[in-house]
Write a protein that binds this ligand. Structure first.
Ligand code: SAM
Length: 233
């Protein structure tokens, strides 16, 4: 039996909820939510009425053991985050780890997450990639960027609109202005936009265009010389 389901929710378009997500949410004893107000609205829209309990990063450590104890007694929980797949740049990892350590079972449903469509829309190689999530804002930021200088796989970053320009500029300096990249904004929403080009072109573009909404930044890996030759033949 599964004690904890991780249930992905839409990242914009409400139609992206899966039939199975609805089924699991309806049958859970308790729905754990990163933000009970945000999730409450979604559940209302889906006409799902189950007990809702707050579970966010700030109370993770304290909350985890209590929840595991309840699971041991047979309660089934569903964890949702504000948007996308729980535990992906969102709370959840610690709970999953502790549930497994207690000998109980977890199951993450497949469903919406921002980085997969962003990666595929970018047109950059996706046979191998690395998910970097959010870069550190201040401390450790440069070290993190430097650690990626030799990376040959396509890199995925979550970014906020007010920090994007700074990141593009730092990337241009570190990886060179000609490195290919893609900015995916407002995925699945009315104003979805995927802007592809070199870092320099993206900087130019965003100097002249307003920048709002949620963003995934995709950065091409360092070109591998031998591979390039093979494709040219
Ligand atoms: N758990 C989520 C997932 O599975 O993608 C990610 C949560 S993280 C706190 C939020 C970040 O995801 C945003 O800052 C943005 O980088 C990205 N994101 C979420 N929704 C998005 C969307 N509709 N379009 C572009 N990026 C999005």
């Amino acid at each position: 039996p599964i004690s904890l389901f991780l249930v992905p929710t839409p990242i914009g378009n409400l139609k992206d909820i899966t039939l199975r997500a609805i089924e699991v949410l309806k049958s859970a004893d308790v729905i754990l939510a990163e933000d009970t107000r945000t999730s409450g609205m979604l559940l209302k829209h889906l006409e799902i009425s189950r007990p809702l309990q707050s579970y966010h990063i700030f109370n993770e450590h304290k909350a985890v053991q209590k929840l595991v104890d309840r699971m041991k007694k047979g309660e089934v929980f569903a964890l949702v985050s504000d948007a996308g797949t729980p535990a992906i740049s969102d709370p959840g990892f610690l709970l999953v780890r502790e549930v497994l350590a207690a000998g109980l079972e977890v199951q993450c449903l497949p469903g919406p997450t921002a980085f997969v469509p962003a990666l595929v829309n970018s047109g950059l190689p996706n046979d191998r990639f690395v998910f970097e999530g959010f870069l550190p804002h201040k401390k450790g930021r440069k070290t993190r960027i430097d650690s990626l200088l030799e990376e040959s796989r396509t890199m995925i970053f979550y970014e906020s609109p007010h920090r994007l320009m700074k990141t593009l500029e730092q990337f241009a300096e570190a990886f060179g202005p000609d490195r290919q990249a893609c900015v995916s904004r407002e995925l699945t929403k009315l104003h979805e936009e995927n802007v592809r080009g070199t870092l320099e072109e993206l900087i130019d573009y965003y100097q002249n265009n307003t920048l709002k909404g949620e963003i995934v930044l995709i950065l091409a890996g360092r070109p591998e010389k031998i591979k390039e030759k093979k494709y040219q033949d």
